[in-house]
Design a protein around this ligand. Structure first.
Ligand code: CP3
Length: 371
């Protein structure tokens, strides 16, 4: 099999993409825009509270402490691969981990999400943000090393939060529905806003790059809340900073996925920020996303997570419709439209993975006949 994709250049020779372990995995091939005999699948938040083995090992350890214990982070990352047979692991960490590593006061409150000791809103708050010491990334590098040693030919996906989504937590101080303080800062104090986002882009970009260098075979930038922005706000206030993060790893040749929710009006701008693959949530069909993107961008998505609790026949019907909608894209990695809800029955996830794997990809058969 030949691939037209550029070969990675800036990675060590022992990296799984270069030493033969993951370059021809279904995930990496689909991210490169090839059709595979069946479609690869992984699920956002596949490592987490839906798994009893996750709840058992997390017992008594705070979320961010678990992320910074390499043995625990590696164990949790591998759990869904062992249980469900998914085609990729996603590194167990969080978008606020690089903030904690830089020395910012942040915690993850169970059932709430990231909460800052002090919201970051003024010029003085922004000036006081500490620069991330690269040495602080050691627990991340170590955890990725332990993880890929167990994963073998299953690729590991590294990730980071996009500057806008991370900044929304810094500015609001906690999860928000309306982003009032964030929007006030970006409209009223554009110079401060760009200073803040430049800091986030540097910090989050270092976290992302460290994961790729340590062995991640793909990278995903989560701009989960970008859908709160109008296309104009996105273009001015957010896209340049996401583009800086995506550009900061381009030399590594690792596929870059860009994902957000309610992003139909932003899909093209998010792709043009420098993504190789677009993640699509359940509010836009893959057929429509593929048309909007001109049929030239591999897609990831987009089973509706709300249907994971529906009767199996309904979930299976919906999943087959997602496979059909993803048929015409240059590559299709199956995922949910957003994360696995914590109350999901893990057996449903295992069954879903099997359903996707049993379903041959007709586009791959056509490609084979034409070859
Ligand atoms: O399995 C995976 O997807 C990998 C691990 C992962 C986590 N967070 C672990 C986590 C990833 C990729 C993230 C990214 C993340 N974190 C995002 C972007 C993805 C998305 O969901 O949109 C965002 C917005 C965050 C911020 C965050 N962290 C929120 C909103 C929450 C949920 C709060 C809650 O308790 O419901 C967290 C906590 C978090 N991150 C958990 C996990 C497994 C739950 C922690 C627990 O077990 O108590």
């Amino acid at each position: 099999m030949t691939s037209s994709a550029p070969q990675p250049t800036g990675l060590p020779d022992s990296h799984p993409l270069l030493d033969g372990r993951t370059a021809s995995s279904p995930l990496v091939r689909a991210y490169r825009g090839e059709r595979t005999s069946h479609r690869p699948i992984w699920m956002m938040r596949q490592a987490g509270r839906s798994l009893p083995e996750y709840r058992a090992v997390r017992e008594g350890t705070a979320m961010l402490d678990s992320c910074l214990r390499p043995d625990l982070a590696a164990e949790i990352t591998c759990q869904p691969v062992r249980r469900h047979g998914v085609d990729a692991a996603i590194f167990f960490s969080d978008i606020v981990v690089p903030l904690r590593l830089a020395g910012v006061g942040v915690d993850i409150v169970p059932g709430v999400g990231p909460v800052m000791d002090h919201p970051v809103r003024s010029a003085a708050d922004i000036a006081a943000l500490p620069e991330l010491d690269p040495a602080a990334l050691a627990p991340i590098t170590e955890a990725v090393g332990l993880t890929i040693a167990e994963l073998g030919s299953t690729p590991l996906i590294g990730f980071a939060g996009a500057p806008f989504t991370v900044a929304s937590y810094l500015v609001e101080g906690r999860p928000s529905r309306d982003y009032i303080h964030t929007k006030a800062l970006l409209h009223d104090e554009p110079e401060l806003w760009h200073r803040l986002l430049s800091w986030v882009a540097r910090t989050t970009g270092a976290f992302l790059r460290a994961q790729a260098l340590a062995g991640a075979s793909a990278l995903q930038l989560f701009d989960s809340w970008a859908g709160a922005l109008t296309p104009r706000e996105y273009a001015v206030a957010s896209a340049p900073h996401s583009a800086a993060v995506l550009a900061s790893v381009v030399d590594l040749g690792v596929p870059r996925v860009h994902f957000g929710t309610r992003t139909k009006p932003l899909l093209v701008a998010m792709r043009d920020a420098g993504a190789d693959v677009m993640g699509v949530d359940a509010h836009t069909s893959l057929r429509e996303a593929n048309a909007l993107l001109g049929g030239r961008t591999p897609l990831q998505g987009n089973i509706d997570p709300e249907l994971l609790a529906a009767p199996w026949a309904e979930l299976a019907r919906h999943t087959l419709a997602v496979l059909a909608d993803g048929q015409d894209a240059p590559g299709h990695v199956v995922n949910l439209g957003h994360g696995v809800p914590p109350t999901t029955d893990p057996d449903v996830l295992t069954r879903l993975v099997a359903l996707v794997h049993e379903h041959p990809d007709p586009s791959a058969a056509v490609a084979q006949e034409l070859a």
